[in-house]
Design a protein around this ligand. Sequence first.
Ligand code: 5AD
Ligand code: SF4
Length: 476
Amino acid sequence: MNTKKFYIESYGCQMNVSDSEIVSAILTNKGLQYTHSAENADIILLNTCAIRDNAEQKIRYRLKELKKNKKENNTLIGVLGCMAERLKDQLLEEEHLVDIVAGPDAYRALPHLIEEAEDGKKAVNVILSKEETYADIAPVRLNSNGVTAFISIMRGCDNMCSFCVVPFTRGRERSRNPYSIISETKNLLNKGYKEITLLGQNVDSYFWNGDGAKKDLIKSKADNSAAINFARLLQMVAEISPELRIRFSTSHPKDMTDDVLKTIARYPNICKYIHLPIQSGSSTVLERMNRGYTAEWYLERIDTIRHYIPDGAISTDIITGFCAETEEDHQQTLAIMEKVKFDFAYMFIYSERPKTLAERKYKDDVPEEIKKRRLNEIIELQQKHSAEKIKSQIEKIHNVLIEGKSRKSNDMWMGRNSQNAVIVFPKKMHQKGEYVKVLATHCTSTTLIGESIVDNADFAKKEFIKEHHKIKPSNQ
Ligand code: 5AD
Ligand code: SF4
């Protein structure tokens, strides 16, 4: 019998990359075989994103392209994830673009859906679950570098930010059994992995009290009870091995507790890097966004982060041109960026999403050209801050985990420091997966360039390099 081959493309966030690994596990367990190329596949799956309209447009374009080829080779095409959940059977029934539609909580049903589609039946499952965490499934690591891996610790989101479609596409928040997280981490460590990223829409709201049920009053007393909150989970994972680095994403400012910060500070193997989406610097806009904090409150959180983790890096997400955003609101966003000086930011133009609170309640009334101008101003300011931050890392020694070879040179390794800065340096005798001390000597706009320090004698280089270092332009 011919083994059926499947191929998956992931769009959007890290959570989708992680979900694609779960999907691969489910399908390989049923005897299907993963293939790296769409051309060889009997089944092509797109794991999709619905967060902004342009993300969906990109996927539609790809689906149309795949459909053209399909006429020749009869491949089955499936759409998974957030866009599947949002559009349900529209892509199948009205637009005839796909054969299979599976939402984020329906991946266990995929083998069955594939059979249905093969029989020419309607293959749709977009049922959202309050319990599904895929805790028992050991993900098949796709396109893995063998050094870093994602571990999903929770699913869904209960926050209801007014601009966001995620609560509708990924459903209610639920946390995964911590012991399954620990055992997945240990397995990865045994296979030689050196870094894991704990993933969730809002990791700080992780809560387990035996059945994964939603947090209640015990959350604040979690230290005195059997309940496990995010700080406890971080601690448990960090204690598995000092050789294993821990990252996590994404944090919501309103849920990031001092306990989490103290835990990050206490364990050298928990990376000193926090992604803390601010969205806007205007408290009026934040209120309309239903974010649950003010600009002042966010700044206070930043001060607390810097107090506990003075050497930490902070990145953020910013949305510009949200409903009724005034020029003054926009100036407040620029002002808060000036105050915080983020190491890095993902910056977006507001894109109205169907069903969200903002779509129902507010008008998307900032003209497109104003949105674009504001975005450009935000990007320009962030580029200035990012450049300042990266330059400040020159002449410092960084503890770098080697992830693989540099994209631009076969003779160079690429790795990251604890603060998530990318560093490239000559390979010498080092190996992938090794921790190396690297002296940063110069930089581009996004990458540090350095030299590994093999023994104490190499520290002498530092003095030499002080004389010679210069900032290279960004196109190098
Ligand atoms: N329009 C623009 N950006 C959005 N994001 C979420 N929803 C929207 C939207 N409707 C951004 C937020 C979030 C990141 C993942 O995507 O900044 O933090
Ligand atoms: Fe969306 Fe807000 Fe949940 Fe993040 S926290 S996924 S922005 S609703």
